[in-house]
Structures are given as C-alpha cells and as structure tokens.
Design a protein around this ligand. Structure first.
Ligand SMILES: C[C@@](CO)(OP(=O)(O)O)[C@H](O)COP(=O)(O)OP(=O)(O)OC[C@H]1O[C@@H](n2ccc(N)nc2=O)[C@H](O)[C@@H]1O
Ligand SMILES: Nc1ncnc2c1ncn2[C@@H]1O[C@H](COP(=O)(O)OP(=O)(O)O)[C@@H](O)[C@H]1O
Length: 302
C-alpha cells in the first residue's frame, strides 16, 4: 500500500527529470552567477510528489524525504513557504516524496520537486497566481525551477531563466549515473571551467548541428571527467553505444537514440553493474498532463 494513500487525503503528482542536451557558459555577471545557453529536455521519468492540504496553516514534510536533506532545507518545503509568504494565505500542507532521481546528478530533481509543489499548491490552495508569477517565485529557489514550472522543452539563456519553448523530435535515452554527487556551486567556481564560449545560435541547434560540430558540448564535461575517475569510466563505457554527454553540472550522463528499441538494445549491451536505465524524452512535462486531468475534474490517485 502507498505510504500516502488517497483514502487519507493524499494526491500524487509527477516531478519529471530533465537533461541538458548541451550547455555552454558565455560569461559571468557581477553577482557571480553565470550566463549560459542550454537546451532543456524534459523526461517522462522522475520523482513523485505527494500532497495533502491542511487547514491549520502548518507546512510539514511527512516520511523520509530526500537522503540527507533536512526538512527546513527541502526545496519542496521552501517552495510551499515561498508561496504562502507571497500570498499571505493561511493554508498548510503535508508533503511527501518518492525519490527516484539521483541527487546531484544534473537531472534537476530538487528543482522539479519544488516546481511541482508550486504549480499544484497554486491550484489546491486556490491562489491562481498563474505561470509567470510561479516561475518568478521558482527562480528564487533555484535557476532550474522555472523550466519545470512552465513544463515545455526549452532553449534557455540568461542564468537559465530566459526560456524559449521549442519542439524536440521524439527521442529515447540511455541515462546513467556514476554515483558521484556533483555540487553545482563548486563546479561553477572551477578554475578550469570555460566561461567565455561564443554564444550559439538557436537556429543552429534546431537545424541539428552534430555533436562533433562542437555545438552540443557541455562546459562541465572536461572539468568533471578530469576530477572524477568514476565519470571518466562511465564516459568510456557509454562510448561503446553512442556519443555520451553530460547533463547539467553532472554527474549524470546520457546517450540519445531515435527509438525505444535501439535504446533498449544498446542498454542491454552495456557491462553489468553499470547504473544505467531507459527514459523517454517527453514532448511536454507530465505535470502539465496531470494538471489537465485534475482540472477536468478527476484527481490523480494517491
Ligand atoms: C547547471 C544547471 C543547468 O541546468 O543545472 P544542475 O546541474 O544543477 O541540474 C543549472 O544552471 C543550475 O541550476 P540550479 O541547480 O537550480 O542551481 P542554483 O541552486 O540556482 O545555483 C547553485 C549555485 O550555482 C551557481 N550558479 C548557478 C546558476 C548559474 N547560472 N550560475 C551560477 O553561477 C551559483 O553559485 C549558485 O549559488
Ligand atoms: N527535494 C529535494 N530533492 C533533492 N535535493 C534537494 C531537495 N531539496 C533540497 N535539495 C538539495 O539540492 C541539491 C541538488 O539536488 P538535485 O536538484 O537533485 O541535483 P542537481 O542540481 O544536480 O540537478 C541536493 O544535493 C540537496 O542538498
């Protein structure tokens, strides 16, 4: 039985993972944040956030939470608090999580969990702030939150917050984690990080410039491969099935395939013991689909 049953007032909501199909850093702002260009691809795989509104104004995490994340630091709890402070509402909520996305993997798990809380509580608390205000609130929690609030595959610039929705072709991914926790803040400070890449053009990306053309690179890849033998070993193993790429600031990697069968065959050929799995690229966030079902009157089950 679910730890968060519908019979006890819980509802379940997807918090999808993302991949950065490429990532280049074009500069650094006066406040230390880096300007970058990236393409976010949402996946049909991720965490499940459980919510149960409460009328006593208490925001509480229920159950285990993400490994080693204190309740007060949990981005889900902070998202609910930000929303309540912004609106001066007196609502509360119990929050639970089924954590599937490896932490510190560049898959955006914490950011996606927070975005799901923002989007769903906006509805459950009857606030109706709308997507633009929710995305701006999300940005206070992390540069990756707005993409998950908006829920569309996107070309991103600025600090990752200036988003242009784009359509991406269907794709399947062999996704892998070397089990290394890559700390985003520390990697942005790395002395050997390239921070002055020439800006890429969105048209070039969309017309399908190949990885060997140098456009689909990730600025963190050489840094992480030099620092972390487990990441280097994973790249070597994945090179047997295609062109591995790093997502975000790592340490997760992926190889893209045009169809499910090719991805499955490739995964099956990898050496045993590798932490690799299959994920489908989404056309849009599964959270948007769940909200649509909910708004049509059928609440997802606990
Ligand atoms: C690198 C990316 C690419 O999608 O993803 P992840 O690898 O974390 O998933 C993101 O830019 C990460 O976004 P997010 O994980 O939300 O990072 P934040 O919490 O906002 O920032 C953590 C720290 O990284 C640095 N930072 C972050 C974003 C940015 N554009 N420039 C930076 O210099 C800042 O020092 C900041 O304090
Ligand atoms: N609900 C949450 N899930 C995951 N991480 C969280 C959460 N709340 C806070 N964090 C913090 O955010 C950090 C980054 O996690 P995550 O978003 O999974 O990785 P990444 O930024 O590499 O995509 C974690 O190491 C953890 O300290």
């Amino acid at each position: 039985m679910s730890a968060f049953p519908a019979s006890e007032g819980w509802s379940a909501w997807p918090a999808p993972a993302k991949l950065n199909l490429f990532l280049r850093i074009t500069g650094r702002r006066a406040d230390g944040y880096h300007t970058l260009q990236t393409v976010f691809r949402l996946l049909d795989w991720g965490d499940v956030v459980h919510l149960r509104p409460r009328r006593d104004g208490v925001i509480a995490r229920v159950g285990a939470g993400a490994d080693g994340v204190a309740e007060a630091d949990d981005l889900m709890v902070r998202a609910a608090e930000v929303l309540r402070n912004e609106t001066n509402c007196s609502e509360g909520v119990d929050i639970g999580i089924e954590k599937n996305i490896p932490m510190g993997g560049g898959f955006g798990g914490g950011s996606s969990d927070a975005a799901t809380v923002l989007v769903v509580l906006d509805r459950l608390w009857g606030l109706n702030l709308g997507v633009d205000r929710l995305a701006a609130l999300g940005l206070q929690l992390g540069a990756d939150v707005p993409i998950f609030v908006r829920g569309h595959n996107a070309w991103a610039e600025g600090v990752g917050d200036l988003l242009t929705a784009i359509d991406l072709p269907p794709a399947w991914y062999a996704v892998a984690s070397p089990g290394v926790h890559a700390t985003t803040a520390a990697l942005f400070q790395a002395h050997d990080l390239t921070r002055n890449a020439a800006p890429a053009k969105i048209a070039g990306f969309l017309s399908g410039i190949s990885p060997s053309g140098g456009v689909l690179d990730n600025a963190f890849e050489p840094v992480l491969r030099r620092r972390e033998p487990a990441v280097e070993a994973l790249f070597t193993a994945l090179a047997s099935i295609g062109t591995p790429r790093l997502t975000g600031s790592g340490s997760g990697c992926f190889v893209e395939f045009a169809d499910r069968e090719s991805a499955e065959t490739a995964l099956a050929s990898l050496p045993p013991g590798l932490n690799a799995w299959l994920a489908r690229g989404a056309d849009r966030s599964p959270l948007l689909d769940a909200m649509e079902v909910f708004n049509a009157g059928a609440s997802p089950s606990g």
